[in-house]
Design a protein around this ligand. Sequence first.
Ligand code: PAF
Length: 283
Amino acid sequence: MQTQKKIKGLRLILKTARSQGKSIALVPTMGNLHEGHLQLVRQARERYDFIVCSIFVNPMQFSENEDLAAYPRTLEADCESLRSESCDCLFLPCVKEVYGEGLEQQTSVHVPGLTENFCGNSRPGHFEGVATVVTKLFNIAQPDAAFFGLKDYQQFLVIQKLTHDLALDIAIHGIETHREESGLAMSSRNNYLSPQHKEQAASLYRCLQSCAEKIQQGNTDFQQLEEDAKKELKQASLKLDYFQICDAQSLLASTTDTQSIAILGAVFIGKSRLIDNIRLQRS
Ligand code: PAF
């Protein structure tokens, strides 16, 4: 696996790969790679010829009171994992390489609509940071495809929309969430949880599952279903951020006509804020 810290160097590597007729897939990450990330690399590996993974803890998507400094950094282990997945190239830029003029001077990408609720509400500026860095990574690597986890479902939709709106010729792949045995969605932020918190946190997925089952059984009283789930989360001592049954494309509140549904949940536990979701098709 080649490691490249500079934009210019990465472009040269990718130019060579392209000249050999190879298709290129990008897997953008912030490092501290877990099984969920490795699934993205594996899926990319299966479908494309040359795989670039980026590790960049993007300061633009953290607000001042968030965990940028404490965000887990495990570069050695990450490199080993990527090597064992036969990743071809690791792009490892520093902040100056990505934001040479400083964050204040950085042109930003705003994705309207989709970013206004849920994580956009709880983390002001977060999606502008994500959209900007992802657009920048897309322009640097100019991949044929990019892979993202569906645990961050709102983020996935935001990236799909920016790719479409900016007419970028990149196939966006969403890969199913990888879970621990308890059902807890894998996340770098699970590192902040004690074993007891991890057990409590698994209730979020159980609530999502039980809500999805009730909808599949024909229950369309979405408001009541949300209230029931919120009560259950409270009983599990999870502090609610949001729990909502939405249209899976627009993320607007579901109505009885909505066929394709996403149930989104976010809770606070210990020092962490955890998000998860389930998507389902009403028959
Ligand atoms: O999901 C993440 O890890 C990040 O938000 C991403 C997409 C790598 C952008 O920094």
